[in-house]
Design a protein around this ligand. Sequence first.
Ligand SMILES: *Cc1c(COP(=O)(O)O)cnc(C)c1O
Length: 379
Amino acid sequence: MNSVLHRPYNFSAGPAAMPQEVLAQAAEEMLNWPDANGKRCGMGVMEMSHRGKEFLFIYTQAEADLRELLAVPAHFKILFMQGGGLAENAIVPLNISALKKDADGGGTADFVVTGSWSEKSFAEAGKYCHAHVAASGKADGFTSIPDAGSWQLNANASYVHICSNETINGVEYHELPDLKAMGSKAELVIDFSSHVASRGVDWSRVGLAFGGAQKNLGPAGLTLVVVREDLLGHALSICPSAFNYQTVAKNESMYNTPPTYSIYMAGLIFRWLKRQGGISAMEAANTAKAELLYRTIDDSGMYFNKVQSNCRSRMNVPFFLRNEALNDAFLSGAKDAGLLQLKGHKSVGGMRASIYNAMPLAGVQALTAYMQEFERTHG
Ligand SMILES: *Cc1c(COP(=O)(O)O)cnc(C)c1O
C-alpha cells in the first residue's frame, strides 16, 4: 500500500483518474522528452516553445490521433482551447448565435435542459443572445430526457444546445437527436465534456461539440472544440480574439499559447485509447461496466438510482442508500476497501461513481462486491 504504484480505484467525477501506464510514461518523459525514435531532446514538454518542432510533432500527432479515434470528418476543425466547459457556455453563443439574425439583429438559441450543466449553459447564453428553454426535465428532478416530440424549437434559432451527458444528474442521451428529421434547420451543439471518447459520435447530426478534458481526455486546462467549418466566421464583434473559433482555427490552435502540457497528456491518452482497440472497444467496455453497476443497484434492497433506464449515464452513476444514516459508514468503508471519491455531488446527495474510460472493469467489480458486502453487513 505504501508503494507509489499501488493505487486504489478512483471514482472522481473530474478531474478524474487517468490510466496508470499513461501517468508512468509521462513521469518517465518529464525531464527529457524522447521523440518517436527514442532520441532525447534535452528538455521536458513543459519547457518547450509551442512553435518548436518538438511540440509541433506532439500537437500534430495528438490532433491526428483524436481525429482518427472519433472519426471526425475532414470538414470539421479540431480546436484545442482553454477556459473549460463553462467558458464555452459563453464562447459558443459569441461565435454562432448570429448564424441566423432576428429582427433586432440578435440571434436565438434553444436549450434542452436536462440537468445542472445545461441549466448553466442556458443562463450564460442569455448574456449574448435570445436564449430559450425548448424543453426541461426539471419537473421530474432531472431523471429523464424530455421526449423530442415535445421540444418547443424556435424556427429562427441558430442552434439547439444539449448536454449529451449530465455529469451531476447521471442523464445521458443514448442517441443524439436528429434535428433535421425533426424539421429544424438549427445546428446541434453538444456539451460532451463527460462522455467524449466513451462512445462514437454521429457527426452528421452535430454542428459543434465541446468538452473540458479533465473527465475523460486528460488533465484540466485543455478544452476540446470540434466545429463544422461553415460555422466559422460568424462571431459577434464583441467576441474576444482568443476565443474566436475562426481565429483559433486559422492559427492551428496557436493564436495564443495553447495548454501545451495538457495537450501532450491528452495525446498520450489518445494513443492509449488506440492500444485499447479504439472507441468501439471503449464503448463495449463502458457498457459492460455500467450494466454491472446498475444491475447491482437495481437488484439490491439497499441502493437505488432515480434515472429512467433509457437515459442512464454510462459514465456517471449517482445512487442512494435507502437509509441515508448509513452514508458516512458506506463512504469510510469504501475508502478502507480502496474505493475513493464516491461521495455524490452536493446538489444531488447520496453517492456517485464516475466510471470513465480509465476505470477498468475490475474497479467496478471491486465496487459492486463492496456494495453487496456492505448490504449484507448493514442491511
Ligand atoms: C465538468 C463539466 C463542465 C465544466 O467544465 P469546466 O472545465 O469546469 O469549466 C461543463 N459541462 C459538463 C457536462 C461537465 O461535466
